[in-house]
Design a protein around this ligand. Structure first.
Ligand code: 1PR
Length: 553
């Protein structure tokens, strides 16, 4: 098997990249010291998180000069995400930290006055300019395909600079901003998107780079044939609530308002609903075109040491065949093992990242952290799970999952919390409500409203909010649009609508009537009522941009 050298000096969460490289027939050799770079023929530099953190670590480790030498002597080099950004002069994110300076431009933050930032989701990479290397540099990129991006800073497209220096560029457009999705010149190829998370389209790109088959599968020069417009698709996420059933097996389950037990006629507790096996179901949803898969560990498996937790094995297996982002939630917090060993939230998250997760989702712990944030006069402690994990892995790796429920009041004066006037009064005719945060899977309500939580976790560095709704969960009656309006108005980070999806029409409704960034479904997919492709076909017929699953080629 041919090998490729991988320089993972910074974050350590590259399992899916390794899986993707193996999948296209290559073996990974790790670069452990700067000297190892001398033996590298093909080199991949992935990177996530903070530009300054990545570049400083590479510089302190003595890697920058050997990387430059590798590139200068004409050997194949591929940069991914911050690995692309490293080729530039620098970034607004950390103005004092220089990049390699091969591209004479700086990264800029996306304008967040008109859209959510980070830019998360599936967007294009369409060939725009031809550098001196001509078509040859575009490793398998296809103008009809979509690729998975997650970043707040981008190289905004400036054709004059790039063409002068002979760069070939593929761009994407987010809102009104056109930016570099991939760039190439001679032996250099780099993507702002994550090819290892971009399904078959991404695997094709990795394969083309590794095979040296740079000219493969080029489309027409779309700057002539297509109008540039926002290429971000509507993201559809499949969610698997996982727990052990009464026989001790790990199953996908699904509740109604968080109650996952079968209703029976007796007063005894029913059995846990068993809707299938997590690994098989994740693969099924990937093949139906899910843009992401989320696993929520809804009960604790904490009667065993963390390293043996069954979710780790599930992630390892899923990430071998599912090449879209995987999120894991449940129990992401400081933990104590049965033998008394204390494990920090960051270490817990690290174990999940190393097993194949791309994001962790924090529930109860985020609510407690937000309460403390307000108690301290809106001051950050720097020690919360959200802060420590986002510092190490980047904001995009931290999702906060919130489980709010409605509390009705007669008038806004009856509570100190932010209320909305609802179109759906309760049976007592009360038409104002606020959304109360809960912890422990909805079992314990706290004196914190969802707006407070959203603002606090955004300040702490969460990259995305998974907005459940206990009142709507399992109801098949559509998403809570009022809740979504409430939260979207308070924050800039992307919001995933969750709870209540019962038909494809509910997805169209939520995208039409709110500015939600993504929508998640569970029960309707698990029960086989609709597939993810049904939802995407429906959305596409309604004129929404969606990504279609590309089969193996
Ligand atoms: O608090 O950090 O340990 O995280 C626990 C996680 O587990 C939280 O994300 C919490 O939302 C989740 N959770 C806890 N108990 C339950 C339960 O159902 N008993 N599930 C639970 C949450 C909600 C969604 C669901 C949507 C869509 N499930 O994930 O999939 O509501 O459902 P639908 O489309 O069928 O309506 P921590």
């Amino acid at each position: 098997m041919s090998t490729v050298h991988l320089l993972d000096y910074v974050a350590g969460n590259v399992r899916s990249l390794v899986n993707a490289i193996n999948k296209v027939g290559y073996d990974v050799e790790w670069v452990r010291t700067p000297e190892d770079l001398k033996n590298a023929e093909k080199l991949i530099l992935p990177g996530v998180g903070h530009f300054g953190h990545c570049l400083s670590r590479l510089s302190e480790g003595g890697y920058l000069d050997p990387i430059k030498q590798h590139i200068d002597c004409g050997k194949p080099f591929m940069g991914i995400c911050v690995g692309l950004q490293a080729l530039f002069e620098g970034s607004e994110e950390d103005p004092d930290v220089p990049g390699l300076g091969l591209v004479q431009m700086k990264m800029q933050k996306f304008n967040d006055s008109t859209k959510s930032v980070p830019h998360i989701g599936w967007n294009s990479a369409m060939k725009t300019t031809l550098g001196s290397s001509g078509d040859k540099s575009f490793c398998g990129l296809n103008p009809g395909s979509k690729y998975y991006y997650v970043h707040s800073y981008a190289a905004l497209y400036k054709p004059a600079v790039l063409e002068k220096d002979g760069w070939s560029v593929a761009t994407a457009t987010y809102g009104e901003e056109e930016f570099i999705g991939a760039i190439a010149r001679g032996n250099i190829f780099a993507t702002q998107f994550h090819p290892e998370k971009s399904g078959q389209a991404g695997l094709r790109t990795i394969r083309a780079f590794l095979d040296g088959n740079y000219a493969q599968s080029l489309g027409p020069d779309i700057s002539i044939s297509l109008e540039k417009k926002d290429g971000l698709t509507r993201r559809i996420i499949a969610c698997l609530d996982v727990r052990t059933n009464d026989s001790g097996d790990l199953v996908v389950t699904k509740g109604d308002q968080y109650d996952v037990r079968e209703k029976d006629d007796t007063n005894s507790e029913g059995r846990v609903r068993n809707l299938g096996k997590p690994v098989d179901m994740a693969k099924k949803y990937y093949e139906q075109g899910a843009d992401e898969v989320t696993f929520l560990n809804i009960t604790s498996f904490r009667n065993c040491p963390l390293v043996d937790t069954p979710m780790l094995e599930i992630l390892r297996r899923v990430s071998e065949t599912v090449f879209v982002p995987l999120t894991i939630g449940g129990g992401i917090k400081q933990t104590v093992d049965p033998d008394g060993t204390s494990i920090s939230a960051l270490d817990v998250a690290t174990m999940y990242f190393k097993s194949g997760a791309d994001k962790v989702s924090i529930g109860s712990d985020a609510v407690i952290a937000a309460e403390q944030y307000y108690k301290a006069g809106e001051k950050l402690s720097g020690k919360t799970a959200i802060e420590t994990i986002s510092r190490a892995y980047g904001n995009q790796a931290v999702v906060v999952s919130v489980d709010p429920k409605r509390v009705y009041v007669n008038s806004p004066e009856d509570t100190k919390h932010y209320t909305i006037k609802t179109q759906y009064p309760n049976t007592e005719g009360q038409s104002y409500c606020w959304y109360q945060c809960t912890i422990k899977g909805g079992r314990e309500a706290r004196d914190l409203d969802v707006r407070q939580l959203a603002k606090a976790v955004e300040a702490m560095g969460a990259g995305e909010l998974l907005l459940n709704c206990i009142d709507k969960d399992g109801s098949n009656s559509g998403f809570d649009l009022e809740l979504l309006h409430d939260v979207k108005a308070a924050i800039k980070i992307p919001v995933i609508a969750s709870s209540g999806a019962g038909s494809p029409g509910h997805f169209a409704e939520v995208f039409e009537h709110t500015t939600t960034d993504a929508a998640l479904g569970a029960g309707m997919f698990h029960r086989g009522e609709y597939t993810i492709s049904d939802v995407k076909d429906y959305l596409s017929n309604k004129g929404f941009l969606v990504r279609k699953f590309e089969a193996d080629t």
